[in-house]
Design a protein around this ligand. Structure first.
Ligand code: FCB
Length: 499
C-alpha cells in the first residue's frame, strides 16, 4: 500500500499507548471463543441504534453498531471479470493485442462459467444474503436477434444456486462489455443500441425472471463514457467530450427503455442502475477558481445523470432540454463509491474542463493509483442520494489491497459511515462489497486485487484474506461490535468509539 506511514501517524503510532490493555485481550478472547460477538450480543434483538453492551474495560466506551434486521449483505461481481473465456465481446478482442502479457488477459478469470457454485458456497459460509452479478450479453445474444438457450439456462442454474443458498441475486444487464457485433455497429455511440439493449433486457427477464426480481440495468454510465477520455485503456475510443456525452446519453436512454421492458414482463420487478460517485473537493477551499473547478466536475460526473433520471431533464454538457423518457424509471438507486479527489483549476487542461485532480499531501492513498482512503465520502454520497427518496443500495465499495493491510480498516470505517447514514434514516437497504474473489480488473488485469479472498488465476487456488473473516463476523453479527473491532483492526477503535 501507499503512504502507510502517514496514515499510521494520523491515527497515532500506537493508539493504545499508556492504556490498560486488559479490555483488548478480553475482547479478543470473547471473539475467538464464539467466532462472532459474545453470547449476550448474539441474543440481542437486532435494532437500529447504538446499544450499550457490558463494559469489559475500565473506562473505554463500549457500543455496538447494529444494522437493520432485513439488511442485505452482499458482494458484487461482473460477468467478464469472473466468468472466463468470454471470447465474443469487445474486451476480449482488445485484450488479444500481442503486447499484452498474461497478467493483462482475462483467460479463465475466476472460472465462474464452469463453477461459480464453489464461490457461492464460500459466500454462503460467510453468511451473505445477497450477491450482485451480471449477465454477459455476448453469450446470450451471440448474433443480432439470435438468443442462446444454453447460455440462458446456465444463468438460470447460477441464480437458482444462489437462491438455494438463501442468497438474493441482483442481476446487472450491462457491465462494460458489448458483443462484438454490437461494437462493430458503433456500440453505445449508435442510437440503435438503445432498442437493441431493451430487447436483450426483455429476453433476459423472460428467461430468468422466475429466479430474480432485482435488476440493475447498466453499470456506471459515467465511467463508461469518460474512461477513454481520462486516459483509461480499453476497447472503446472516446476522443472528446462530445463522444463521451453521447455514450452516456444513449446508455441512460437504454436504461429507461430496459426499465419499461422489464416491468412489462415482471410487474413486481425492482429496477435501478449503479451510479459511480466520487467526491470532488476544492484543492484550495479559499480559491474561487478551485471551488468552481470542483463544482464543475461534480456536476458533470455526479449530478448530470441524477438530474436526468430524477428530474427528467438534460443539463449541459450532457444535453439540453427535457428527457421525459427517463422520468419515473428508477425503483432504487445504486451507489458505487471508491474515493474522492481534490480539484484544482488548470488553464492548460481545456480537454478536462480546466480541472486537474490531486490529493492532499497527507492523504492515505490506495494501491494502484486508486485514489484516497476517504470513508466519509461514502456518507456524503449517501446523504446526497437520500434526497431522491428512493431505496439505496451500495452496489460497490472496496479497495485494491493484495496484502490486506488496509482493507480491514477500510471495511470497518466505511461500514461505520454507512451505519451513520442509516441512523439518519437514509434508506440504505444493502451493501455489496467489491468483491468476493480477486477478479480480472479490466485494463489493470490481475495487478489489482480487490478480493476478500485471494486467487491464483493459474491454479484457481483461493486463500481467504483476513478481511474475509472480518466481513463474515460483521455479517453474522449484523453489527459492528467492539469485539470485532478489537479482533480485526484495533487501531480504528479511537475513531469509531472515541472517548
Ligand atoms: C468499478 C467497476 C467494477 C470494478 C471496480 C473496481 O468502477 O464497476 O467493474 O472494476 O470498479
Amino acid at each position: 500500500m501507499a503512504k502507510r506511514e502517514d496514515s499510521e501517524k494520523k491515527l497515532g503510532d500506537d493508539p493504545f499507548e499508556g492504556m490498560d490493555l486488559a479490555w483488548l485481550e478480553e475482547e479478543k478472547l470473547s471473539t475467538r471463543r464464539t467466532g462472532t460477538p459474545s453470547d449476550d450480543e448474539a441474543k440481542a434483538e437486532p435494532a437500529l441504534g447504538v446499544t450499550a453492551v457490558t463494559p469489559v474495560g475500565p473506562s473505554l466506551p463500549q457500543a455496538t453498531f447494529h444494522f437493520p434486521a432485513d439488511f442485505k449483505w452482499g458482494v458484487a461481481t461482473a460477468a467478464y471479470q469472473v466468468e472466463g473465456n468470454n471470447t465474443n465481446n469487445d474486451w476480449w478482442a482488445w485484450e488479444q493485442q500481442e503486447e499484452r502479457q498474461a497478467e493483462y488477459r482475462s483467460g479463465k478469470a475466476c472460472d465462474w462459467w464452469e463453477n461459480a457454485e464453489a464461490d457461492f458456497d464460500r459466500a454462503a459460509e460467510m453468511g451473505l444474503n445477497a450477491l450482485r452479478l451480471s449477465v454477459e450479453w455476448s453469450r446470450i445474444e451471440p448474433h443480432p436477434g439470435e438468443f442462446d438457450a444454453a447460455a440462458l439456462a446456465r444463468y438460470g442454474e447460477m441464480l437458482q444456486g444462489l437462491r438455494e443458498r438463501h442468497i438474493e441475486p441482483m442481476v446487472t444487464l450491462h457491465h462494460f462489455t458489448n458483443p462484438r457485433w454490437l461494437a462493430e455497429q458503433g456500440g453505445w455511440e449508435n442510437p440503435e443500441t438503445v432498442d437493441r439493449f431493451a430487447g436483450f433486457a426483455r429476453r433476459v427477464v423472460e428467461a430468468l425472471g422466475r429466479h430474480c426480481d432485482l435488476w440493475c440495468t447498466v453499470n456506471e454510465p459515467n465511467v463508461y463514457g469518460v474512461w477513454g477520455l481520462v486516459g483509461g485503456d480499453g476497447p472503446g475510443k472516446v476522443p472528446d467530450i462530445k463522444t463521451a456525452t453521447r455514450l452516456i446519453r444513449h446508455m441512460l436512454l437504454g436504461h429507461a427503455a430496459a426499465y419499461r421492458e422489464i416491468h412489462a414482463v415482471q410487474s413486481e420487478a425492482r429496477v435501478g442502475f449503479a451510479h459511480n460517485m466520487r467526491v470532488f473537493d476544492p484543492a484550495n477551499p479559499r480559491s474561487p477558481l478551485d471551488r468552481l473547478a470542483a463544482r464543475t466536475l461534480d456536476r458533470v460526473y455526479n449530478q448530470n445523470i441524477l438530474t436526468a433520471l430524477a428530474r427528467g431533464c438534460w443539463t449541459l454538457p450532457l444535453g439540453f432540454g427535457l428527457a421525459w423518457k427517463l422520468r419515473r424509471t428508477l425503483d432504487w438507486i445504486g451507489l458505487n463509491y471508491y474515493t474522492r479527489d481534490l480539484v484544482a483549476f488548470d488553464r492548460a487542461q481545456s480537454q478536462l474542463l480546466f480541472t486537474r485532480r490531486t490529493h492532499a499531501e497527507d492523504a492515505e492513498l490506495l494501491d494502484g493509483g486508486y485514489g484516497e482512503f476517504y470513508p466519509n465520502g461514502l456518507f456524503r454520497c449517501l446523504k446526497r442520494l437520500a434526497r431522491l427518496n428512493l431505496p439505496i443500495y451500495v452496489t460497490e465499495n472496496g479497495i485494491p489491497d493484495a496484502d490486506d493491510d488496509q482493507r480491514p480498516r477500510h471495511l470497518l470505517t466505511h461500514l461505520h459511515q454507512m451505519w451513520h447514514a442509516i441512523q439518519l434514516c437514509y434508506p440504505v437497504m444493502g451493501y455489496y462489497h467489491w468483491t468476493l474473489v480477486d477478479n480480472f480488473e479490466w485494463a489493470d488485469g490481475w495487478t489489482l486485487r480487490f478480493g476478500l479472498i485471494a486467487l491464483d488465476p493459474e491454479t484457481q487456488a483461493r486463500t481467504p484474506r483476513p478481511s474475509a473473516g472480518l466481513y463474515a463476523d460483521i455479517v453474522h453479527a449484523n453489527a459492528i461490535t467492539p469485539q470485532i473491532i478489537a479482533a480485526h483492526a484495533p487501531e480504528v477503535r479511537p475513531k469509531l468509539l472515541p472517548r
